[in-house]
Design a binder for this molecule. Sequence first.
Ligand code: CA
Ligand code: CA
Length: 316
Amino acid sequence: MFFLILISPVAIVRAESFVITLTTNKLYYYLDETVYVYGNLTLDDAQINDGLVGLELENPKGQSILVRTVATGDISNKSWFVEVLSAIPSDQYGNPKDSFKRGTLSFFNVSVKNNDIENQPISVSVNTYDSSNSPIGLSIFTSVAYANETTTIIISVSIPTTATLGMANIYANVYSLTPKYGGKPFGPEKSNQFLITDSTGSSSYPTQQPPLLNGNINLSFHLAPTSTASISPFKIFASSMYDGWTAINSTIFYVKVPGDANSDFVVNAGDLGLLGLAWFSYPGSPNWNPNCDFNNDSIVNAGDLSILGRFWGYRP
Ligand SMILES: [Ca+2]
Ligand SMILES: [Ca+2]
């Protein structure tokens, strides 16, 4: 009896009022599509417009491939206990360097400042994206940020041989633990750019028009054609702390190979049948089926049939 009186009123009311909602614009994506993640950070149903939300994406193999912090509005007037001051592309000794070749290691010189009077365990993440907006590399470094000190860490991230050439982005963040473990983002994200090169020069990637989505949490990324298509889902974890309140949430989506129009993770006659029904359709046609538009050009035709042929017989 005494226990209940002491514990329950504050804890239960608080836990219910600070909420992250999280969703994606689709449940099934094809490889080479862009995933839009959105949601709301609210306190007693009102949007929090100066908060931070940590997001972490895990692929079907259970590997984290994206760790980002998004601001839910203007955070320019806020101060942080622990923050990333800078993240500079560098060589392995920390000397600035602005381009790296595919198939090699990139390095980033990351400075983290602890403005607090207590030491803090930290997880520092460095996430690289190629010019197609695909996450291509992630390193997480666990350390301690000592009170009132700046810690400098050189973090290596490998650049896959399949990375799209051109201007790449790096996003550096600091957490108590990364979002999938329920840790909180300590401060806003710091970003920087570098060039991915090889002997054949650079290439560019067309940008897609984002859908209109409601919410104060927004993040998008491209699923490279080399991503994992699997019957198991990708998972997105979100975490936030605001004035001592904490919230977590998660959601899932699936990635399937182009040609799998009926989302059963197999490419066979069932998909060819759907393609036939949607043949020569476009948005607005009575037989339009966006699931048969494998190349996202808003018409179902020979281009999509050829993709179905390329993946014919695929099973996970
Ligand atoms: Ca299928
Ligand atoms: Ca098409």
